[in-house]
Design a protein. Structure first.
Length: 126
């Protein structure tokens, strides 16, 4: 084998192996994005299921659900994402991750004001 053909073979091997690494990274990133989008949509739908004003509530829950989905996706193993996306299973790890992410994402969200005084007795004039 000549030096020229050896260099060409090394170039091809290097190029092909770098392509496969990039494909794996792109697959992981796109799976993460797909998980975030799907999870956030399901979260919003679950929150507005029994709502009276679904349009307003969709807007109100979009940000916290997106935050929760991003936090979960950063820490969730790819195998757990596959179970959620492909098999539609909610694993124990996903549930635990949801609880932690929800606590973080929802603690600074202001709650909508209500017309009623919850837990307080109304002032009665005599």
């Amino acid at each position: 084998m000549s030096i020229k053909s050896s260099v060409v073979c090394l170039f091809l091997v290097g190029f092909l192996s770098s392509c496969s690494i990039n494909n794996v990274q792109q697959t992981t990133v796109s799976k993460k994005d797909q998980f975030e989008q799907t999870f956030a949509e399901q979260c919003v739908e679950k929150e507005v299921r029994n709502s009276i004003n679904k349009d307003n509530d969709r807007l109100r829950f979009a940000k916290p659900c997106s935050c929760i989905a991003k936090r979960i996706a950063n820490r969730l193993p790819e195998r757990e994402m596959d179970k959620f996306l492909l098999e539609h299973k909610i694993t124990h790890t996903l549930t635990m991750s949801f609880d932690k992410a929800a606590y973080f994402c929802v603690q600074n969200v202001t709650r909508p004001k209500t017309r009623y005084l919850v837990g307080k007795k109304p002032i009665v004039s005599k």
